[in-house]
Ligand binder design. Structure first.
Ligand code: G6P
Length: 611
């Protein structure tokens, strides 16, 4: 949520900030703004996307070798010009950009109003910038001290970059809860919410920790915490290339990421499956293997698409490792009073590694003694830093807001974990274990095969692009895929879509079925095949339109359904990885045909760093 970028050095800041904001736009795109610092500070901001900001700033004073930029996902106050960042304090001393939420802003605002402060916007951020200014002016301290004192009064989350008119050569950055990365160049520093705006200029980065404060000039970086204790900056090499964050030949990131899945899944299991395909080795969880194999229960917490991956995981862990699993929405789990025991293992799944609710859920479970394992995509993000052990998905940067390759990589990790645990616990005999590993390694080629039907799937999308409602049905391990298919469609095309366990359809959704209702059915050959065929008949008896995802060569469903999309024959354990692909493609094309902004759907953000 919200993207921050900043620069201090000898180059002109504006183009760096604009390019950086474009890379961060996936985090939010309600409004955008920059502040450029020279002998004066020039701030330009407006409602809309980064391209609107460029139009707005055109021809204006754009020099300055220090600057900050922001792309917003609104929390407090509607998206408009005034609520856009950067925000400047009432007396003009401080300018800042903020990602996060100041939870006690109302209380702080009242106190400031009593001191004569007047506010322009409805944002919590404007309260913070004025709080800093008020401390600076009343206590006559340096800007950095004013920032630290102000932050000690703040409840909430923040990633911040701050500039003071009296100390123009420096930027102050601070982080708690919202990510901030410092790029270290040659007599220059970059700051950003993730490394994507930085990699073009340097591969040396410092991931700021919670409560870190950085005081940065072009030649110097001082890192301390809010309490003023010096912190040692840990410079790391960032493993990210420009190609990975570029759309290349594709019209949208989502389409690129759909097509990347044969390789991203391969990257997920590379080095983790032995060359002879007989063993799985997950180095990141080796230390907690005894805990995992003896766990009485596994709790999986996640949000959004990652929660759907968790549900696939539940099925696989119970089926192959015979461990009871509970899947929880992180936001619900953290505010219940869940029973957590020391022999529980909690797995947190998150593409970004920054989702606020997931992060809070693992902190809570950790306090109560559970072993915490992370499955994350973004290396060095907050969640992996809170866990006892973990497995990176290595799917590469996912920029499209609708998650595709991150989902299949998460499922790949969960599948490997389930097989490995099954073998270790003795619930999977050796022959089957090897056969399952073999099946998993065949998935990338099988996805390539499905991608060859893209045009055929696009034609199906054309038929249903004007639907108002849709239903997705699946059973067993394919029920979460139905949920994921429905989520993909609704989030990017704004067509109402519901995922249901196929048999549950009779308890409600069947009432909605008529000749205008497309019903996507996941109907590959598995142990519930006969049952799903009956469900298809029930839909057809009510004139619903059936689009069935079936195993190659299926003749029975072909006779019943309006359309079939074939996927290669596979073992049922890996069917989620194949069957989700046509659903991603259908959603993508329907959204494009409806003129929707596929990579930046309305109201959504890629990384939800507020609860
Ligand atoms: C947002 C994104 C989804 C994502 C969810 C969880 O809603 O738009 O694509 O699945 O957050 O994010 P995470 O990074 O924790 O997987």
């Amino acid at each position: 949520m919200c993207g921050i970028v900043a620069y201090v050095g000898d180059k002109v800041a504006y183009p760096i900030l604009i390019k950086g904001l474009q890379r961060l736009e996936y985090r939010g795109y309600d409004s955008a703004g920059v502040a450029l610092i020279n002998s004066d500070i020039h701030t330009y901001k407006c409602l809309g996307k980064v391209k609107d900001l460029e139009t707005h700033a055109k021809g204006k004073h754009l020099s300055g070798t220090i600057g900050m930029g922001h792309t917003r996902w609104a929390t407090h106050g509607e998206p408009n010009d005034t609520n856009a960042h950067p925000h400047t304090s009432m007396n003009g001393k401080f300018t800042l950009v903020h990602n996060g939420i100041i939870e006690n802003y109302a209380h702080l605002k009242k106190e400031l109003e009593l001191r004569g402060y007047v506010f322009q916007s409805e944002t919590d951020t404007e309260v913070l910038v004025n709080l800093i200014e008020n401390i600076y002016q009343e206590q006559k301290v340096d800007a950095e001290i004013a920032v630290r004192l102000a932050l000690s009064k703040v409840i909430g989350a923040y990633g911040l970059v701050i500039s003071c008119t009296e100390e123009k050569e420096q930027l102050i950055a601070a982080r708690k809860g919202s990510p901030l990365v410092i790029g270290v160049g040659d007599h220059e520093y970059y700051l950003a919410s993730d490394a994507s705006p930085i990699v073009e200029y340097t591969d040396q980065v410092i991931y700021m920790n919670d409560e870190d404060v950085a005081i940065i000039t072009k030649d110097d970086l001082i890192l301390k915490n809010i309490q003023n204790d010096a912190q040692k900056p840990k410079i790391q090499k960032v493993e990210l290339t420009i190609d990975e964050i570029d759309k290349g030949e594709y019209e949208h990131f989502m389409l690129k990421e759909i097509h990347e899945q044969p390789s991203s899944i391969g990257d997920t299991f590379r080095g983790r499956i032995s060359i002879d395909k007989t063993k799985i080795f997950l180095g990141g969880i080796i230390d907690v293997m005894p805990k995992l194999t003896q766990a009485k229960r596994i709790i999986i917490v996640a949000c959004g698409t990652s929660w759907h991956a968790a549900m696939v995981g539940e099925y696989l862990f119970e089926e192959y490792a015979r461990i009871p699993v509970e899947v929880e929405y992180a936001s619900e789990f953290r505010y219940r009073n869940p029973v957590i025991n020391a022999d529980d293992v909690l797995i947190a799944i998150s593409q970004s590694g920054e989702t606020a609710d997931t992060l809070a859920a693992i902190k809570m479970a950790k306090k109560q003694g559970a072993t915490i394992v992370g499955i994350c995509n973004v290396v060095g993000s907050s969640i992996p830093r809170e866990t006892h052990a973990g497995v990176y998905t290595h799917a590469g940067p996912e920029i499209g807001v609708a998650s595709t390759k991150a989902f299949t990589s998460q499922v790949t990790v969960l599948t490997m974990m389930a097989f490995m645990l099954g073998r270790k616990r003795g619930s999977l005999y050796d022959e089957l274990y090897k056969q399952l590993i073999q099946e998993l390694t065949l998935v990338p080629e099988k996805i390539k095969h499905i991608l060859r039907s893209e045009q055929y799937i696009k034609d199906i999308a054309e038929t249903y692009k004007d639907a108002s409602n849709s239903l997705y049905l699946g059973r067993g391990v394919l029920f979460p895929v139905a949920l994921e298919g429905a989520l993909k469609l609704k989030e990017i095309s704004y067509i109402h879509a519901e995922g249901y366990p196929a048999a549950e359809m009779k308890h409600g959704p069947i009432a909605l079925i008529d000749e205008n209702m497309p019903v996507f059915v996941l109907a590959t050959k598995d142990k519930s095949y006969e049952k799903i065929v009956s469900n298809i008949q029930e839909v057809k008896a009510r004139n619903g339109k059936v689009i069935a995802v079936v195993t190659e060569g299926d003749q029975t469903i072909k006779k019943l359904a309006d359309h079939v999309i074939e996927v290669p024959d596979c073992h049922e354990s890996v069917a989620p990885l194949l069957t989700v692909i046509p659903l991603q493609i259908v959603s993508y094309y329907i959204a494009v045909m409806r003129g929707c902004n596929v990579d930046q759907p309305r109201n959504l953000a890629k990384s939800v760093t507020v609860e």
